[in-house]
Design a protein around this ligand. Structure first.
Ligand code: FAD
Ligand code: NAG
Ligand code: NAG
Ligand code: NAG
Ligand code: NAG
Ligand code: NAG
Ligand code: NAG
Ligand code: NAG
Ligand code: NAG
Length: 595
């Protein structure tokens, strides 16, 4: 890395770029001139007195950002020239025991669940002499407990020109809740949830609702909704620990009830948020309706920081479903397996036309399909069997071996707790994906299935892993006034593709794998699904033509709204509206704007 750094011509530490005030460094990379945010080696980096003052403003909840496994190392390098020690053998044992525990990781102040984006730094170890650097973690974190703490963080980052990261659970697949030497605002403690028997506006909706803090996680919210009398449901994700009110809603949000009740963002009635200039605002049908529209699917960490949301709740529904496996216990013949996968996936339109949601995993590599589960809201066992009959008839006729397991529950919540599995965090993969519409499936179903099978092992030396969601928000909610790509109203199958990595690959290898994901795997997906789109929460950071691909015809309005609500780029996450001129340069370190 060092030789290349020498090639970067560092122009000056300056306050003035083309006559305009710019607090920060001007750098060149690959022939492009950039104005950067302030970093610890710049004169504009806040002094320790500044940090102390911020800590006072936030009542002492400012903390040094230390990687979760810092306690396993005798020394933590906190910046180029300083280090500290928080070594603690007992605490390290606890980290090791919890390294694959999603809830524990989301409770940590700054942990990211996908370590590729922290630079795989400072891992748990039995050898305390192993180095622990901050990698792509931030420098300080505000453990916000009030909206004023969030405001103080936004104001500090804006006036000091620091990279600002909002970190809710650290779940993001794309590294959007971490940033090199950033100031992090942690929203995890916003855990209130109040249920309303009737919402009376603004807007036309008058049913049951809930007011939910930005930090509440999926399964907790389902549990709280189920505890109401009568129990209600909320549209959330399949993952128990994703932060419902943070990135999930701002990206759109699909989940097990989406085919009957729409996307997560379709149900939002109002947001309480803080703008990048530090103002508390309400965004709903009456106040700031443009911000309301944009926050519903226009991109995470793009328009404002949300701290509370009001959402429609719906009646509980009896739910039944089925788990199906085809793997090496059934066949080792990949041709048989691939035929079975094709039969399953080609029926995607059929499942969603019955209001179903289907979660499936394909891979790693050839020969493993784990459908867990088919979700049949408003169905009993007989109904699920009837809807899935074409699948099993076709598998039987083609002599494809499989096993299945069907169960019915009086409520969705009981179904969810029993039939869904937790995922494992701390895996390394380069992510991509695509949503295929009804048209893609009906006209090119075989090619779609072949592209997915290819993605599960796209080269002899490259293992892939697909996470699929057969889901159609347009079935339950055909029209919605929000920023989500309109193509989602005709979705049939949305699949995340992963290229499996170790995590310790060199920068060059990571870039090569990203390119492979975008061009080779993504190329196959786009070719098979030309009518489809992509999903900003679970997509490719290098998606070509991302504006159109993530937002379609909503993009021009989103770009205008970004210019209105965050013209200076206080917030940043890659491939979100209005970030065209921004880039993270210097090997993933510095966030800069083209000068
Ligand atoms: C295992 C797993 C399962 C998943 N399952 C689903 C699923 O079923 N359905 C689905 O739609 N998605 C799913 N996702 C994707 C999920 O929606 C995104 O990862 C989402 O970004 C998580 O939001 P978060 O707030 O929990 O995460 P974080 O990583 O903390 O934040 C993600 C992004 O949102 C921003 N953000 C967070 N809070 C706020 C806030 N209060 N205001 C402004 N910006 C904020 C962050 O800055 C960051 O850019 C899944 C992800 C994983 C890893
Ligand atoms: C660290 O020390 C080196 C050498 O003394 C100096 O050039 C560099 O600017 C210092 N970096 C920081 C962040 O203080
Ligand atoms: C902020 O203040 C609290 C309370 O005085 C203190 O415990 C904490 O260490 C301070 N944070 C920093 C980063 O110094
Ligand atoms: C990221 O990791 C690479 C490889 O170990 C290393 O060269 C680089 O300095 C790291 N970057 C940061 C910001 O720590
Ligand atoms: C609310 O109802 C009024 C009157 O029926 C209608 O004009 C308006 O478009 C509706 N608003 C929304 C947001 O649906
Ligand atoms: C393979 O299928 C069997 C059921 O026959 C299941 O128990 C097992 O978990 C599956 N294996 C994998 C790796 O999915
Ligand atoms: C597939 O291969 C594995 C490993 O050799 C073996 O254990 C398994 O029994 C085989 N499955 C079938 C259906 O033959
Ligand atoms: C959805 O796809 C179907 C089937 O191809 C088509 O008839 C319909 O017009 C599409 N609807 C939308 C909203 O695009
Ligand atoms: C993988 O290896 C097989 C057998 O050696 C070969 O036929 C095939 O072309 C290779 N595939 C790729 C994508 O390289």
């Amino acid at each position: 890395m060092a030789p290349y750094s020498l090639l970067l011509s560092l122009l000056a530490f300056t306050n003035s770029v083309h006559g305009a005030e710019w607090l920060g460094e001007v750098r060149q990379e690959a022939g492009v001139e950039y104005k950067c945010k302030c970093y610890s080696d710049n004169a504009c980096w806040p002094s320790s007195a500044d940090w102390t003052a911020l800590n006072t403003t936030v009542g002492g909840v400012l903390k040094r950002a230390l990687p979760p496994a810092a306690v396993c190392h005798s020394k933590v390098s906190t910046s180029a020239n300083s280090s500290t020690s928080v070594y603690n053998a007992a605490a390290c044992k606890n980290v090791q025991a919890n390294w694959l525990n999603e809830q524990w990781l989301t409770d940590d102040p700054i942990a990211n669940l996908w370590p590729l984006y922290t630079n795989n730094t400072c891992l748990p170890t039995d050898n305390p002499s192993e180095p622990c650097t901050l990698g792509f973690y931030g420098t300080y974190v505000i453990m916000a407990t009030t909206k004023e703490h969030i405001k103080a963080g936004i104001d500090f980052a804006r006036t000091k020109n620091l990279r600002l990261i909002i970190r809710n659970t650290g779940h993001d697949f794309l590294g959007r809740s971490t940033g090199y030497e950033s100031l992090i605002i942690n929203t995890h403690s916003f855990q209130d949830a109040t249920f309303l028997k009737s919402y009376s506006g603004p807007g036309n909706y008058t049913g049951t609702a809930a007011v939910v803090g930005a930090g509440v996680q999926g399964r907790d919210l389902y549990r709280k909704a189920f505890a109401q009398s009568p129990p209600v449901v909320i549209v959330g994700g399949e993952c128990p620990t994703v932060g419902w009110g943070g990135g999930y809603i701002q990206g759109g949000g699909h989940g097990p009830l989406t085919s009957i009740y729409g996307m997560g963002a379709d149900s939002i009635l109002s947001f309480e948020a803080i703008t990048v200039d530090g103002k508390f605002v309400t965004a709903n049908a009456k106040e700031n309706p443009d911000l309301f529209w944009a926050l519903k699917g226009g991109g995470p960490s793009t328009f404002a920081v949300v701290y509370s949301l009001t959402v429609k709740t719906y009646p509980e529904v009896p739910t039944a479903g089925t788990i199906v496996n085809i793997n090496s216990t059934h066949t080792n013949d990949t041709a048989v397996f691939n035929k079975g996968f094709k039969i399953f996936h080609n029926l995607a339109n059929h499942y969603v036309e019955h209001g179903m949601f289907v979660y499936f995993e394909q891979g790693p590599g050839p020969g493993r399909l784990h459908i867990a589960p088919f979700v049949g809201p408003r169905m009993d066992e007989a109904k699920v069997n009837e809807v899935l009959k074409p699948l099993f008839d076709q598998l039987d006729a083609a002599k494809i071996p499989y096993d299945k397991y069907t169960r019915a529950f009086p409520t969705f919540f009981e179904f969810y707790i029993d039939m869904f599995e937790d995922e494992q965090p701390n895996q390394n993969s380069v992510v991509g994906g695509r949503m295929f519409t009804h048209t893609d499936i009906s006209e090119r179903g075989d090619q779609v299935a072949d592209a997915l099978t290819f993605a599960s092992m796209p080269a002899n030396d490259t293992l892939g892993f697909n996470v699929g969601h057969i889901v159609d928000p347009g079935f339950g909610v055909p029209v919605a006034d929000n920023a989500i790509h309109p193509k989602w109203r005709n979705s049939s199958s949305f699949v995340i593709t992963n290229i499996i990595m170790n995590g310790d690959e060199s920068w060059e290898v990571k870039m090569e794998k990203e390119k492979f994901q975008t061009e080779v795997v993504g190329g196959a997906l786009r070719k098979a699904g030309p009518d489809g789109a992509t999903y900003v929460n679970e997509g490719d950071l290098n998606e070509p033509n991302w504006q159109e691909s993530y937002w379609g015809s909503n993009y021009p309005r989103l770009l205008e709204l970004r210019k209105k609500w965050d013209p200076a780029g206080v917030l940043y996450t890659k491939t979100t509206p209005g970030t065209e001129d921004w880039a993270v340069i210097d090997y993933g370190r510095r966030l800069c704007k083209k000068a």
